[in-house]
Design a protein around this ligand. Structure first.
Ligand code: 13P
Length: 287
């Protein structure tokens, strides 16, 4: 059964580790992430962007697939199904469809409008027992065609949003989606420390987990980050393994073209990446 991310994230913040949010794109992704979480006794959050939700056929299809896998694969570790960077309308849609967690990304609105809209989503999420993530200071890079400027959040604004009763808060600290450019300045730990100080117990979320060096991840966790989002890195692992299989001509040997064979190396590659991240984040055996 899907659970809200609240308990797992509060536990993570207290225990100084982070729970990974791994974005899903299809059945292979979902199965790989769920099995890896179960094998490593780790809580996990499945992230679904609005674009990925549409790609998979719609939010009801996603909920049906995930719930079916939880049952058929006997997944007993805590799993939350979370809308990633949801729009105001998208948040209502996933709540209706049966997600257990929702992000409303109002970071591109003026702060007062972000607060008003966040409040409404919190109210609905609370009524249904779901967790809710808000964002202050947009994350840079491109995701689903949305390009964020990569702002650094204002701690005073973070405090205002945290006080509304959000379950977790994403604050921009120089992190971006996708690969980091060679001249990236790194995470802004001074801002992170200030945000953590003024937001108290609220678990903080680090977006753009792909390519952040291990020492920066560890430092971010020590400063209150309890949820780390990873998307691109699984895509890169999957693509590389699939490319190797095809370049080696394996799809042309016997029944190598069978999707169950063709997609197997990519599936295993996602599992390896997810395990590596769970080790780094410290969530193994925390289920
Ligand atoms: P990456 O694609 O950089 O791993 O970022 C994922 C993310 O933050 C999803 O919200």
């Amino acid at each position: 059964m899907l659970v809200s991310a609240k308990e797992m994230l509060n536990k993570a913040k207290n225990g100084k580790y982070a729970v990974g949010q791994f974005n899903i794109n299809n059945l292979e992704w979902t199965k790989a992430i769920l099995l890896t979480a179960q094998e490593n006794n780790s809580p996990v959050i499945l992230g679904v962007s609005e674009g990925a939700g549409k790609y998979m056929g719609g939010y009801h299809a996603v909920v049906g697939m995930v719930n079916g896998l939880l049952k058929d694969l006997n997944i007993t570790v805590p799993v939350a199904l979370h809308l990633d960077h949801g729009s105001y309308e998208g948040a209502f849609k996933v709540i209706e469809a049966g997600f257990s967690s929702v992000m409303f990304d109002g970071s591109h609105y003026p702060i007062d409008e972000n607060i008003e809209k966040t409040k409404e989503i919190i109210k609905l999420a609370n009524e249904k027992g779901l967790s809710m993530e808000a964002e202050v200071g947009s994350i840079g890079g491109e995701e689903d065609g949305v390009i964020g400027a990569g702002e650094v959040a204002d701690p005073a604004e973070c405090k205002r949003i945290a006080e509304l009763g959000v379950t977790m808060l994403a604050a921009g600290i120089g992190n971006i989606h996708g690969k980091y450019p060679a001249n990236w300045k790194g995470l802004d730990f001074d801002t992170l420390a200030k945000v953590d100080e003024v937001t108290g117990d609220v678990p903080l979320v680090l977006h753009g987990g792909t390519g952040i060096p291990a020492d920066m991840i560890k430092k971010a966790i020590s400063l209150g980050v309890a949820k780390i989002n990873v998307n691109t890195e699984c895509q890169l692992s999957f693509a590389e393994a699939t490319r190797k299989y095809i370049e080696a001509g394996k799809d042309l040997q016997g029944k190598g073209f069978d999707p169950r064979k063709l997609l197997a190396p990519g599936f295993e590659a996602i599992k390896a990446t997810v395990k590596e991240k769970m080790e780094l984040f410290g969530s193994i055996n925390q289920a």
